[in-house]
Structure formats: structure tokens, C-alpha cells
Design a protein around this ligand. Structure first.
Ligand code: ZN
Length: 202
């Protein structure tokens, strides 16, 4: 009997081990906000949809960590509905989704970067942890940092994985907009996001 137990234990160990994934890739979905007919926030011919896509592509281009795999919810200027986005995200089953947006406010003085998570997300604790890590990476180095807030956006509530929205500056604020339009801003922002993603897989 003892022998049988031992054998059973050994076999279940073998079965458990055979299910350990052999690749330890970290899969990140980059969700470039808006697209196509949905321009997002806009001022002076500057459209949010173009910038969010440019940032997502810049992140992929600048990545040097082979253990990180990126999936984009859109890779061109096409309209993708929120449902289509979360369907894709949940099919991919990533380790994290980062939805990239810009902010917009009536008050033209409002400025800075802020991050959203939702307590209706099934992996709220992880989302919060990641959002705080990403926020810390930015600090106040580029933008005034408005920190991590709770929100009920579709992407956050309906992704079955940790999910963050990064609102990278205000289109409605002159200073933020000038920075976003500047030559090096995409590289700089992509670097901040990448160093955070890097810390998830070494
Ligand atoms: Zn947006």
C-alpha cells in the first residue's frame, strides 16, 4: 500500500511537471486607444488616435528583451470596438494589458500623467501593483504625476487579466501637448514603459 502511494505521488509529480510551461515569455497586450473614425481627443490637428498607435509601435520597436512578446489590439488606423478589443485580449490571455490613451479636460490647466485600474477587474490586486510600478517609473520626470486612480472603463472591467490604462498627458494642456508633439517624446515615453515591462521578466 505504501509503495502504491509512493508511486501515485511520483506519478502526480511527473504529471504536474509535464505541465510546467517550457517558455517563460511575458505576453503584453498594447491597446492603442481609438482609431479610424474614432479620433479620441483632438486639438489643432493633433489626434489622440495617432499618438496612441505611435507609442504602441515605438514600444515594440524599442524592445530588446526577447522574453517579452507584444500583441497589439490594432496596428493601423482602423476602428476596433471595445468588445472586439477585450475579445482579443481574452483570447490571447496576456500577463498584462496596457491601454494607451491621452487625457482631455475642460480646464486647460489640468496636466500630467495618470493611471487607471478597476476594482471590477478579476485581477485587481495585480493591476494595482503593476500600475503603481509603472507610475513610479515615470515619477515626475516627464509629466506631473497624478498617480493611480480607480475607474470603470470597459477594457479594465472586461479583461480577464491584469489591466491598466495609462493616460499620457493632456491634449487640452498647452505644455503637455507641446511635449507630445516634440521629436523625442515617443522614445522617452516608450523607454519608461519598457523599463517597467522589463522588470516583469528578467
Ligand atoms: Zn482615449
Amino acid at each position: 500500500m505504501k509503495k502504491l502511494l509512493k508511486l501515485t505521488a511520483l506519478m502526480s509529480l511527473f504529471i504536474a511537471l509535464s505541465f510546467v510551461p517550457t517558455n517563460n515569455k511575458t505576453i503584453i497586450v498594447l491597446d492603442a486607444g481609438h482609431g479610424g473614425k474614432d479620433l479620441g481627443a483632438q486639438t489643432d490637428g493633433f489626434a489622440e488616435k495617432d499618438y496612441t498607435l505611435a507609442i504602441a509601435k515605438q514600444i515594440v520597436r524599442q524592445n530588446q528583451n526577447k522574453n517579452i512578446e507584444f500583441v497589439l489590439t490594432r496596428d493601423g488606423d482602423q476602428f476596433v470596438s471595445l468588445n472586439e478589443r477585450t475579445e482579443k485580449i481574452n483570447a490571447v490571455k496576456p500577463d498584462l494589458v496596457i491601454s494607451i490613451h491621452l487625457n482631455n479636460a475642460q480646464n486647460k490647466d489640468a496636466n500630467g500623467i495618470e493611471f487607471y485600474v478597476s476594482n471590477e477587474n478579476s485581477q485587481y490586486d495585480k493591476s494595482m501593483k503593476y500600475a503603481e510600478m509603472l507610475s513610479e517609473n515615470f515619477g515626475n520626470s516627464i509629466f506631473n504625476n497624478r498617480g493611480v486612480k480607480d475607474n470603470r472603463f470597459h477594457i479594465l472591467r472586461n479583461s480577464d487579466c491584469p489591466a491598466i490604462i495609462a493616460n499620457i498627458g493632456f491634449v487640452s494642456n498647452r505644455k503637455d501637448r507641446d511635449y507630445l508633439k516634440s521629436e523625442g517624446s515617443k522614445t522617452e515615453i516608450a523607454n519608461k514603459i519598457l523599463s517597467f515591462i522589463d522588470s516583469l521578466n528578467h
